[in-house]
Design a binder for this molecule. Structure first.
Ligand code: AMP
Length: 236
C-alpha cells in the first residue's frame, strides 16, 4: 500500500515536472514589425519575387519570455531573459504547416535581402523560439496567425490619426494608447529603430500573451526600447 502511494506520488511529480518544462516561461511576446521601418534603414529590404507586400504590420515572431531575467542554467555567470533553441533536433517541417502557407506568406513574410525565402525566416523563428513554446509546429504558427488576425495594429494607428508620413512626428504615449485600443487595454512594448537619415521611428510592437497562446496580458516593464518622446512612422 505504502509503495503504491509512493509510486503514485512519483508519477504525479514526474507529470508535473514535465508540464512545467513544457511551458517554462511567463508569457509570450507577439512581435509585429512595421515594414516601412525595416526598409527605411541603411540595410534596406527585399521582397520575394520583387512583389511589394501590403502596407501592414507583419509578424516577426511569437517569443516565450521570462518576466524577470534569471541565471542561465547552462552557462554560469550569465543571465537569460528568455529561453531559446530548446530542441536542436526539432527543425521546421513544412508538411506540418502546409495549409497555412498562403496566410503565413501574407502575414509573416520576409523582408530580408540575405534570404528572400520566407521559409528561412519561419525556420529560424521556430528553432529559436517555437521549440521553447510547449506547442507543436502547427499550433505555434496557428496561434501567431490567429493573434495577428485579432490585433489590427495598422487599423488602430490609422483610427488614432497616426498615419505613415515622411514629415509627421508622433508622441510615443499617443502611439501606445492607439495600440492599447487594439489589445483591449493590455499594455504593449514598443521598439524603435533609426532610419537611414538617423531619425527614430516605430519599428516593432510587442503585445504580451499568456502561455496559453490566446489571452492578452499587460507587458511587464520596460514600456519601450530605443524610442524617444516623439517618433516617426514612415510610409511603406
Ligand atoms: P530573432 O533571432 O528571433 O530575434 O530574430 C532576428 C532575426 O530575424 C535576424 O536574423 C533578422 O535579420 C531576422 N528578421 C527580422 N525581421 C525580418 C523580416 N521581416 N524578414 C526576414 N528576416 C527578418
Amino acid at each position: 500500500m505504502a509503495l503504491n502511494h509512493h509510486s503514485s506520488l512519483a508519477v504525479l511529480l514526474l507529470a508535473l515536472a514535465a508540464a512545467c518544462a513544457a511551458t517554462d516561461f511567463d508569457f509570450f511576446y507577439l512581435v509585429q514589425q512595421w515594414p516601412g521601418s525595416y526598409c527605411d534603414t541603411e540595410a534596406g529590404c527585399c521582397f520575394p519575387g520583387d512583389e511589394k507586400p501590403a502596407a501592414d504590420f507583419g509578424i516577426h515572431g511569437l517569443w516565450p519570455n521570462y518576466a524577470a531575467c534569471r541565471p542561465d542554467a547552462a552557462t554560469p555567470n550569465r543571465t537569460s531573459c528568455w529561453p531559446d533553441f530548446c530542441n536542436a533536433t526539432d527543425t521546421l517541417n513544412l508538411s506540418l504547416i502546409k495549409g497555412m502557407e498562403a496566410d503565413l506568406r501574407r502575414s509573416w513574410g520576409t523582408l530580408s535581402c540575405k534570404s528572400k525565402d520566407a521559409t528561412d525566416f519561419w525556420s529560424h523563428e521556430w528553432s529559436r523560439h517555437g521549440t521553447c513554446s510547449g506547442m507543436g509546429q502547427h499550433a505555434y504558427f496557428r496561434s501567431a496567425l490567429d493573434l495577428k488576425a485579432r490585433l489590427d495594429l495598422t487599423g488602430a494607428l490609422l483610427d488614432a490619426g497616426i498615419v505613415p508620413s515622411d514629415e509627421a512626428e508622433y508622441c510615443l504615449g499617443r502611439v501606445r494608447a492607439a495600440v492599447a485600443a487594439a489589445t483591449g487595454g493590455a499594455a504593449p512594448m514598443l521598439e524603435c529603430n533609426r532610419s537611414a537619415r538617423n531619425e527614430t521611428q516605430l519599428y516593432q510592437v510587442y503585445v504580451c500573451v499568456d502561455p496559453d497562446g490566446r489571452t492578452l496580458v499587460h507587458c511587464p516593464l520596460p514600456a519601450q526600447r530605443g524610442c524617444t518622446d516623439m517618433i516617426k512612422f514612415p510610409p511603406f
